[in-house]
Design a protein around this ligand. Structure first.
Ligand code: NI
Ligand code: MN
Length: 220
């Protein structure tokens, strides 16, 4: 399976299916990735992004799924703690400590609750934390689902920063840690060297800092 960080919180998993998570990049489009499935962590515009325009089968929390269906997008609803398999890809929805609202619909739609996903594709499990602060139940995500890869926000201000992400990586225990949700704007600038050194000096986990558009081969 190939994992591509397209920028911000947007990640493409390419294997027997192409799964696009949080289809937003700053000042561009991710439509050319032509995914089979789309997963949305929460309603904020830097995560919903092109979900409606793409119009692909989209996995999201009940309230966002309802909004997408109303806009003509085939959506598969679920909720936190649940798992569903869509076209051979498994999606487990995890909690996230954050807020949510469907901004493109105005301030009136709460969009349910913010979430993350553990996605199982071709025998590899990838945890995308969504936007979240640190919470100790990340240990449960590690113990229950044993993700191979953890995609963690590190930009601070709206999510965990580098210090919290180091502890999150320990809680989750995924061998490969990839930082996301940083440097998109100055207000979420982050020091990836500090993250890498902090985690790799004290654990056997490895941090892979990707440039936007860069891919990584993930093997079981
Ligand atoms: Ni957000
Ligand atoms: Mn965000």
């Amino acid at each position: 399976m190939q994992l591509t960080w397209l920028g911000h919180s947007c990640v493409l998993l390419s294997g027997s299916k192409k799964v696009l998570i949080d289809p937003f990049i700053e000042g561009g489009s991710v439509a050319a990735t032509n995914p089979d499935l789309v997963a949305i962590t929460h309603g904020h515009s830097d995560h919903m992004g092109e979900a409606v325009a793409l119009g692909k089968k989209t996995i999201a929390i009940t309230e966002i799924a309802r909004y997408l269906k109303a806009n003509g997008v085939p959506a598969e609803s679920m909720n936190i703690g649940g798992t569903q398999v869509v076209d051979g890809v498994s999606f487990t929805m995890t909690p996230a400590m954050h807020s949510t609202s469907i901004e493109e619909a105005g301030m009136g739609f709460s969009g349910g609750a913010p979430a993350g996903f553990v996605i199982g594709l071709d025998g590899i499990r990838v945890y995308h934390a969504g936007d979240t602060g640190l919470f100790s139940d990340m240990k449960l995500i590690g113990d229950l689902y044993h993700p191979d890869v953890a995609l963690l926000p590190i930009g601070g201000r709206y999510t965990m920063g580098v210090t919290e992400a180091m502890m999150a990586a320990n809680f989750i225990g995924a061998k490969t840690v990839i930082p996301i949700h940083y440097n998109t704007w100055d207000r979420i600038a982050a020091d990836t060297d500090a993250l890498k050194k902090g985690i790799e000096r004290t654990t056997d986990l490895r941090v892979r800092v990707l440039l936007p558009g860069k891919s990584l081969d993930i093997t079981p």
